[in-house]
Write a protein that binds this ligand. Structure first.
Ligand code: AMP
Length: 285
């Protein structure tokens, strides 16, 4: 019913605020993205369109969440195609600012820094400052859009945990909606970074979800401590540059130690590199 609505592509904060002033008849949903939209993003967008009167999709490759030497410059930018997907989904506003619009104050920027305990592990361990950049841009988008609901993928499980915590700790009056991971038929989790993979690398990447499914299968067969699960994961991903395989308590994101008994509902997470491409995936047990 909402399809075919007039999509507006907005570049400035003032313009977006002016538009949203008129959006008083119902809920506003926000879907923050870095663009190069795929079916994973689409599932978040569709959920927002279903649940809200108005949907804002932000498309912004956020420089503050990239570390030195990462792929900021080569990150895919496909605004035209992104806007088309948003239009067919019934989105009202695509917010696609330039970096200078979002970061007028280039030096001595006020940042939102999640607790050290939450960032000094998993992805935060190798990507120093990444989650400060994520929390900062998401807080800025929350202040600009003032949505009722915001949609995040479980694909980025640590990010989702950190955002939920930020909302709680900083009293944002926003409901965070967690959306399931969308995968290719092969099981590989969709990611804008999959476009970097050669055919051969893609085939290797498919083993990540295979390993995670096997972890779940073994867990369901009664193996509830970390060592045999880790051994199996490293065997399946033999020869690959594994950054981490960990299982965490989904509520606290505390990492299970060797002797702990893993609880149902925990999350198993993998990060690895294939060539120069860093991929992450996870599964709930
Ligand atoms: P990104 O553009 O990579 O920053 O992602 C924007 C949002 O889309 C984040 O909340 C991601 O977790 C989510 N997302 C990315 N890939 C997927 C996927 N395969 N399934 C579900 N959500 C996803």
């Amino acid at each position: 019913m909402k399809k075919g609505k007039n999509l507006k592509i907005i570049k400035t904060i003032n313009e977006l605020r002016a538009e949203l002033k008129n959006c008083t008849e119902g809920l506003i949903g926000l879907v923050p993205t870095m663009g190069a939209l795929h079916e994973g993003h689409k599932s978040l967008i569709q959920k927002s369109v279903e649940e809200n009167k108005y949907t804002v999709v932000s498309v912004f490759v956020n420089p503050t969440q990239f570390c030195a030497g990462e792929d900021l410059d080569k990150y895919p930018r496909t605004l035209e195609a992104d806007a088309l997907m948003c239009k067919t989904c019934g989105v009202d506003f695509v917010f696609a600012p330039n970096p200078s619009e979002m970061y007028k104050n280039q030096k001595n920027l006020t940042m939102v820094c999640p607790s050290f305990e939450d960032v000094d592990k998993l992805c935060g361990k190798s990507r120093i400052g990444h989650f400060d950049g994520v929390a900062t841009i998401v807080a800025k988008l929350f202040n600009i859009v003032q949505p009722n609901k915001a949609y995040f993928g479980q694909k980025d499980a640590q990010q989702l945990f950190i955002i939920k915590k930020m909302v709680q700790d900083l009293n944002f009056n926003i409901e965070i909606v967690a959306c399931p991971i969308v995968r290719e038929e092969s099981g590989l989790a969709l990611s804008s970074r999959n476009s970097y993979l050669s055919e051969d690398e893609h085939r290797q990447a498919e083993k990540i979800s295979l390993a995670l499914r096997k972890v779940k299968e073994m867990f369901e067969n009664g193996i509830n401590n970390i060592m045999p699960l880790t051994d199996m994961v490293f065997a399946i991903l033999d020869g690959m540059e594994i950054e981490y395989f960990e299982i965490v308590d989904t509520e606290t994101f505390e990492i299970y130690e060797k002797t702990d008994i893993i609880k149902t509902g925990s999350t198993a997470l993998i990060a690895l590199r294939i060539g120069t491409t860093r991929l992450i995936d996870n599964i709930e047990l």
